[in-house]
Design a protein around this ligand. Sequence first.
Ligand code: FES
Length: 136
Amino acid sequence: MQRRGFLKLFTSILGLGALGAFAYPLFRFLLPVESAAKVKSITLPKSEIPVNTTKDLMIGGTPSILVNTKEKGFLAFSKVCTHLGCLVKYDQERQIFICPCHAGIFDLEGNVVSGPPPKPLQKFAVKVEGDNLVIG
Ligand code: FES
């Protein structure tokens, strides 16, 4: 192989490698996110969530919260704020969800009370089956 041919082949291989190194992460970025946990529902014992307590969960890859209130029983919501995606925190005393990023406030039904969020929090179904809860 002549020197010129070798250099052409060598630079082509380097170019393809560089293109691949750039294209692969871009391709992965553009693919729809696969939830790490494809679990769409979760079963757990009711005894894990006494009245007036909460439990953080991952439901279908979404950070979520299960709330047990005396008045409304078990409620489950995505913690992802519908404004820009920050994670809301539950205020036990006021029974509201507060987004720390732009002070969005959601009520115990997940509805927007104030702030910039355009939509309610995603709510998950909670079924009581014997001593267990099925969420999602
Ligand atoms: S991200 Fe929650 S209010 Fe902006």
